[in-house]
Write a protein that binds this ligand. Structure first.
Ligand code: SIN
Length: 493
């Protein structure tokens, strides 16, 4: 274990189905390793189709009663879940850092971030009201009632193992839905711990079910859910190809979908920007979680007049970042999630250099402490980056800041939008007219203006184009788990 835990109950190491902790039916296991060292430190079930079906049976059976639980009572249970998450911040933070690799300060920060969604949706549960519609004819009363969609399948990513579960499961439970969940194979432990706390908080058996599975068997689990008409909604965060596959495969049962998919965020610095604020904003947005976030700036455009000064200020800060394991309190950038991730980063940097980019700092794999299996990459700044390079077209998901020089606003807006993706965009400027021009012109679901840290439980998070659809967080995040039923009563006069 990379860390020691105060409460070992948070490591159940089993699936949770119909209120019971269980191994996979065929007894297979999935090993969990520390990305800093490659050392295996835990195991969870490697589930298959039978386990997935059992989870849906349980969620379907529990739905009838859970949807009828008064919203206030559901809210109290979810609020207790929030309180337990907060009370276990240190252990949960260590768990996140152990399996995902982010520095411990970020691990515990993610717990607070996750809890903020749980608390928010506990409160929203009691506000899921409908509407009384003025009737166009006498003797009628017309209503729009909001109802839970039913069983929800949540398929969650490894980069925020607590926060992504929280912002999918909390609104589902608040709406009165029941849930089956499959966390990412790299980070199953945090999700099991969160489900353990949900059990303790009083979420009734069958309302929340979780099965873990390896990359090889993930499709066995998810296919069962895609084919089962009792599953009424899929909520997924992950890659665009997988999101499109889920959309195609759920067409036969016409499930509702929320897809939070890949990004390729532009970050634009204009000549009139506050340069120090822009550097700080980029450091926060780009190097959070070692660059492994969907909203990370992936293409950085800097206007001629400030380009060289910006590069100098940025490079000084990037070169000073301390890379190391989560167990070292000084670490600011942890290991990447696995060797495949580092291979992709390396490929992007090599391709950029081959096509004429210049490495200002970084640009190498790292092996702090000389340990085999360590998945580190040096925080890197590249200049002279062009649209043809892989790092401009694909999401790198690593600590690489690729900079492109630009001259005028129209040119940079066109470049920023020249991607199939549309999750987040950022820009720095002090010109109020330009600010609103760009906020309108950028084709993304999220825009940061003079701000690098955008996510918040009260804000709608989600994309457009190939970055998916649906919103998480905010009041819109609850709507994703509800549908509207129109009720018309006649003969009233
Ligand atoms: C993500 O990378 O998918 C989520 C990032 C965030 O919540 O800010």
């Amino acid at each position: 274990m990379p860390f020691t835990f105060q409460n070992s109950d948070l490591l159940p190491g089993q699936n949770y189905i119909a209120g019971t902790w269980l191994p996979a039916r065929d007894g297979r296991i999935l090993l969990v390793s520390d990305p800093a060292t490659g050392e295996v430190f835990a195991s969870v079930p490697d589930s298959g189709a039978h386990d997935a079906r059992a989870a849906v049976d349980a969620a379907h059976a529990a739905f009838k009663a859970w949807r009828k639980v008064p919203a206030k009572q559901r809210a109290q249970i979810i609020k207790r879940w929030n309180d337990l998450i907060v009370a276990h911040t240190q252990d949960l933070g260590r768990l996140i850092s152990s399996e995902q690799g982010k520095p411990l300060a970020e691990g515990t920060g993610e717990v607070a971030y996750a809890a903020s969604y749980v608390e928010w949706f506990a409160e929203e549960a009691t506000r899921a009201d409908g509407a009384v519609i003025p009737a166009p004819v006498p003797g009628r009363r017309m209503f729009a009632l909001r109802e839970p969609v039913g069983v929800v399948a949540a398929v969650t990513p490894w980069n925020f193992p607590a926060a992504m579960i929280a912002r999918k499961i909390a609104p589902a439970l608040a709406a009165g839905c029941t849930v089956v969940c499959k966390p990412a194979e790299d980070t199953p432990l945090t999700s099991l711990a969160l489900v353990k706390l949900a059990e303790e908080a009083g979420v009734p058996p069958g309302v929340l079910n979780i099965v873990t599975a390896s990359r090889e068997r993930a499709a066995d689990v998810v296919d069962v859910w895609l084919d089962d008409a009792r599953v009424r909604k899929i909520t997924f965060t992950g890659s665009t190809p997988v999101g499109k596959h889920l959309a195609r495969r759920s067409a036969d049962t016409l499930k509702k979908l929320s897809l939070e998919l890949g990004g390729n965020a532009p970050f634009i610095v204009f000549d009139d920007a506050d340069l120090d604020a822009a550097v700080q904003g980029l450091m926060a947005a780009k190097f959070r979680n070692g660059g492994q976030t969907c909203v990370c700036p992936n293409r950085i455009y800097v206007q001629d007049g400030v380009h060289d000064a910006f590069v100098e200020k940025l490079a000084a800060q990037v070169a000073a970042l301390k890379v190391g394991p989560a167990t070292d309190p000084a670490s600011q950038i942890g290991p990447m999630i696995n060797a495949r991730a580092v291979d992709k980063i390396e490929r992007h940097v090599q391709d950029a250099v081959r096509q004429g980019a210049r490495i200002v700092t970084g640009g190498t794999r790292l092996r702090p402490e000389g340990k085999d299996g360590a998945c580190y990459y040096a925080p890197t700044v590249l200049t002279n980056v062009t649209a043809a390079m892989d790092c401009s077209c694909e999401e790198t998901f690593g600590p690489i800041a690729p900079l492109t020089r630009f001259t005028d606003e129209a040119e940079v807006v066109e470049a920023a939008n020249a991607t199939p993706f549309g999750l987040a965009a950022y820009f720095y400027s002090r010109d109020v007219r330009r600010i609103w021009r760009l906020a309108d012109a950028l084709e993304t679901g999220i825009v940061g203006v003079n701000e690098g840290a955008l996510a918040a439980e009260a804000a709608p998070f989600g994309g457009v184009k190939d970055s998916g659809y649906g919103r998480e967080g905010s009041r819109h995040g609850l709507e994703e788990y509800m549908h509207i039923k129109y009720v018309c009563q006649g003969q009233l006069d």
